[in-house]
Design a protein around this ligand. Structure first.
Ligand code: AMP
Ligand code: ZN
Length: 138
């Protein structure tokens, strides 16, 4: 299993630092975020070290997403959440602080419960041109 001795999430996987664990199997672990933005904010990670979403093998990513979905369902059923935000920050430009693949599962209770994505719209976009640029490599 890939391991980075300087990585805080690898240290959690290997029991070197503690966490409030929710779930563990051979490939996936889930625990509460130590700085929650809402009540029950959870992180789901691969146990092997992959630096981000784009660097994670598909089979591992699928297993992580399966656990993220289940945790979201339980946050609704058990914590009384009214919705869930699923958030993956990928690389520093996107706000990723811990360079080990993880998915935030953020239960939402109302629109003003403390978590908000600020979406500012671009002006003067040429959608067909952007779509063509992306599709060229898909
Ligand atoms: P990101 O910006 O997506 O890399 O978010 C990393 C998240 O990891 C942050 O929300 C931190 O609060 C959380 N975090 C950092 N260290 C720990 C830790 N030891 N236990 C639980 N969560 C942590
Ligand atoms: Zn790691």
């Amino acid at each position: 299993m890939q391991y980075d001795a300087n990585c805080i999430f690898c240290k959690i996987v290997h029991g070197i630092i503690p966490c409030a664990k929710l779930y563990e199997d051979d490939d996936v672990m889930a625990f509460l975020d130590v700085n929650p933005v809402t009540y029950g904010h959870a992180l789901v990670i691969s146990k092997a070290h992959y630096s981000n979403f784009l660097a994670t093998p598909k089979d591992v990513m699928n297993k992580v997403m399966n656990v993220a979905q289940r945790i979201g369902q339980v946050q609704m059923e058990q914590l009384g959440a009214k919705g869930v935000n699923i958030l993956i920050n990928c690389k520093e430009a996107a706000g990723q602080e811990v360079q080990h693949f993880h998915v935030h599962v953020i239960p939402r209770y109302k629109a003003t419960d403390g978590f908000k994505l600020e979406l500012k719209q671009l002006k003067d976009v040429n959608l067909p041109s952007i779509a063509a640029e992306i599709k060229e490599k898909l």
